[in-house]
Design a protein around this ligand. Structure first.
Ligand SMILES: Cc1ncc(COP(=O)(O)O)c(C=O)c1O
Length: 686
């Protein structure tokens, strides 16, 4: 593939140009560089802390309006919303040199009123846009919050039975062919590939288990769809290093070319994966002041002023008295459970909880029970059974019970039923641990996760865990809880004693992004990011349902899984999307049940409606090529109701029964989806 120097998405557009806001967001302005505040004088350089510098930058940022504010101003000035100042007045008027009004002068004017953007400026804007897309229109915003109705489990549509049948047959065939290949390969095949699977010099084969078989014989077939190497920032677009394989994905050759693709695969929820803007500037300056490493665990010399500040800010953000940061999200869970529970305790875990929770729970030596995903009846059943029976054999009461759930499930796109869990908590008196890896920053009107989304006081949840890898564009994890819990964690947690402390520049990224979200820095920008991701999530979900895809998850979730089922459709979907310059993640067994292979779109605030329309158009084409439109309509995406009928989605079922109007499978055209999407995405989705 040829090297794509220019952004492949920036020239063509589904939007009319009048709807585009091409103004550069203040975050990318070089005038905002935090370095100015660090390096104004040698003295100030020595004495100004990172916090002061951030504060100084904040004051400067406040003088510059955000994209939303600019839009409002533009509306107030009489220019239609959506036409950005940049698109209406690309050339810059130089007021200091303007001579147009000097009618008495006989000299021809020596200066021009208009100055086109320099190539450097244009390249900078292009790069910034490829990391964070400009907002197309001020109506493309939405506030993520619960509207008071109890959280219903999302309806899971089912494909026709022949789909399930062919999925099982595909796996059977793959396993059969794999075993036949292994049988002959071990006897007659290339030694290089099969020696490690055989007994050699009395040594048992190290790799001859099902994992090895699955990896070699099933995953290898679609390995080109996973772990595609990238360069640059994983923002709105992501640049892939082109590669090819001549030996069925055993090895790859790099062609030396690159392809810039629309990025639907990174957990860049709020779009903070940026190499320009206030966060990047703060991090750049932080590296100059602190270097990149703390060169020590937290318990020794790795506790910097930045670490303390970040912990204070996180605790305040999530609404807990204290917090602790870790250098890795996975380790946060893996090393915290042993400090929270031990022998004689009971951990009750949602069956779809992340691997880091499972490993942490196992390391704690507590007894582990699981309940059906997000099923409050099953959780109550497990609680009653275990409380009545007590500990195994002795039947003594449990020392304590800890229920562990995630705020937002990354494979399902479902939110935990926090109100339901809290009502059980009041009844059965267990501790509650909520992993907000995917929900922090991504849910709630202020981005403060599920408590914020449901309007619940965070004090009702005992332990709030989250990762800083996703919404904050950084790295690491945190635990926020009462002070005595955090004190215990600090003193007994393995990663504090033995693990490397978070890097200062990563801490600075967390700090800067947090301050942006709260509005302390660049007021309005954080709010806009939160509202963009909320709108984008609903718009894309509704569009995919209307196309006819089976879509999993709750309406406000920025994780949108679409079901593929058949294992052969995973590589087909991924490759077809790549042909259209779109990067997606496909997921199959063992991350999902065997028959539930899926593609998962991760929506970001960095995307704009143009991007989502392009994605919907591509999904429409690909669905026709590889047969993916099999929704029945029971899970939504339905055609509009007849004119004059005004019923809520809850009343609709009853109305259909009474008036004999059946549910018909939704198969909208892309044009219709684009036409009605903005309005309908803000109503209850049906
Ligand atoms: C629920 C959950 N917890 C913890 C983690 C681990 O976080 P990290 O990737 O930052 O190590 C993840 C990772 O995706 C996750 O989904």
């Amino acid at each position: 593939m040829p090297r794509k120097l220019a952004n492949p998405f920036s020239t063509s557009s589904a939007m009319p140009s009048s709807e585009k806001a091409g103004e550069r967001r203040p975050s990318t302005s070089k005038g905002n560089r935090i370095s100015q505040f660090f390096s104004s004088s040698p003295k100030s350089k020595d004495h100004m802390s990172a916090q002061q510098a951030l504060f100084a930058m904040q004051q400067q940022q406040q003088q510059q309006p955000t994209a939303t504010q600019q839009q409002h101003q533009t509306q107030a000035n009489g220019v239609p919303a959506g036409i950005s100042p940049a698109s209406t007045s690309l050339p810059i008027i130089s007021l200091s040199t303007a001579v147009a009004g000097d009618h008495n002068s006989s000299e021809p004017p020596t200066t021009t009123l208009f100055r086109p953007k320099s190539a450097e400026e244009m390249e900078k804007n292009r790069r910034a846009d490829s990391q964070f897309g400009p907002l197309c229109h001020s109506s493309h915003l939405y506030v993520s919050k619960s509207h008071g109705v109890p959280l219903e489990p999302p309806i899971e549509d089912e494909p026709p039975y022949y789909f399930l049948l062919t999925t099982y047959i595909s796996y059977l065939l793959l396993i059969l062919v794999g075993h036949i290949c292994d049988f002959f390969g071990k006897r007659f095949g290339d030694k290089k590939h099969y020696d490690s699977l055989k007994v050699q010099n009395g040594y048992a084969p190290l790799n001859d288990d099902f994992d090895s078989f699955y990896t070699r014989r099933l995953k290898m077939r679609l390995d080109d769809c996973f772990a595609r190497p990238t360069i640059g920032v994983p923002g709105r677009y992501i640049t892939l290093m082109d590669r090819k394989s001549n030996d069925n994905n055993r090895s790859y050759q790099y062609t030396g070319t690159y392809t810039e693709t629309l990025n639907m695969s990174s957990y860049n929820y709020l779009g903070f994966a940026q190499s320009d803007g206030p966060c990047a500037d703060a991090v750049e300056e932080c590296v100059r002041r602190y270097g990149v490493t703390s060169a020590s665990p937290r318990a020794d010399a790795g506790t910097t002023d930045l670490a303390l500040e970040v912990e204070r800010e996180i605790a305040a953000f999530v609404g807990k008295p204290d917090a602790m940061v870790f250098s890795m999200g996975y380790v946060t869970n893996a090393s915290s459970f042993p400090a929270l529970a031990s022998k004689g305790c009971l951990i009750i875990s949602d069956e779809l909880n992340h691997a880091s929770i499972r490993i942490g729970a196992r390391l704690s030596n507590a007894v582990i029970q699981s309940f059906k995903h997000n099923d409050m009846y099953d959780l109550e059943r497990v609680l009653r059974e275990n409380i009545s029976q007590g500990q195994p054999r002795t039947h003594r009461p449990w020392k304590k019970i800890l229920v562990v759930v995630e705020g937002l499930y990354s494979m399902e796109g479902t939110m935990c039923d926090l109100p339901g869990i809290l009502s059980l908590k009041q009844k059965y008196k267990f501790y509650l641990f909520v992993d907000e890896a995917h929900s922090i920053g991504a849910l709630g009107p202020r981005g403060r996760s599920v408590c914020d989304y449901f309007g619940i006081d965070p004090a009702e949840v005992d332990i709030l865990m989250g990762t800083l890898t996703k919404s904050f564009g950084a790295n690491g994890g945190y635990i926020a809880a009462d002070k005595h819990i955090i004190d215990k964690l600090r003193s007994t947690n393995a990663s504090t004693q033995y693990g490397e402390a978070p890097s200062p520049c990563v801490l600075m990224q967390i700090l800067a992004s947090l301050k942006l979200i709260t509005g302390e820095l660049c007021p309005g920008q954080g709010e806009e990011r939160l509202q963009r991701i909320a709108f984008n999530s609903r718009y894309l979900r509704l569009g995919l349902k209307r196309l006819g895809y089976i879509v999993y998850g709750h309406d406000d979730s920025p994780i949108i899984p679409i079901m593929l089922y058949n294992p052969g459709k995973m590589p087909a979907f991924s490759r077809e999307m790549l042909k259209r310059n779109i990067s997606v993640v496909v997921v199959g067994y063992p991350a999902t049940p065997l028959i539930s292979s899926r593609a998962r779109f991760c929506v970001s605030a960095a995307h704009n409606k143009d991007d989502l329309d392009r994605l919907l158009a591509a999904c429409n084409e690909v669905a026709d090529v590889i047969q993916l439109k099999f929704s029945t309509g029971v899970a939504g995406g339905l055609a509009p109701l007849p004119a004059g009928v005004d019923v809520t989605p809850q009343q609709e079922k009853e109305w259909r029964r009474a008036s004999g109007v059946p549910v018909t499978p939704p198969r909208w055209t892309v044009d219709d989806i684009v036409r009605c999407g903005v309005r309908d995405a803000k109503r209850p989705l049906r």
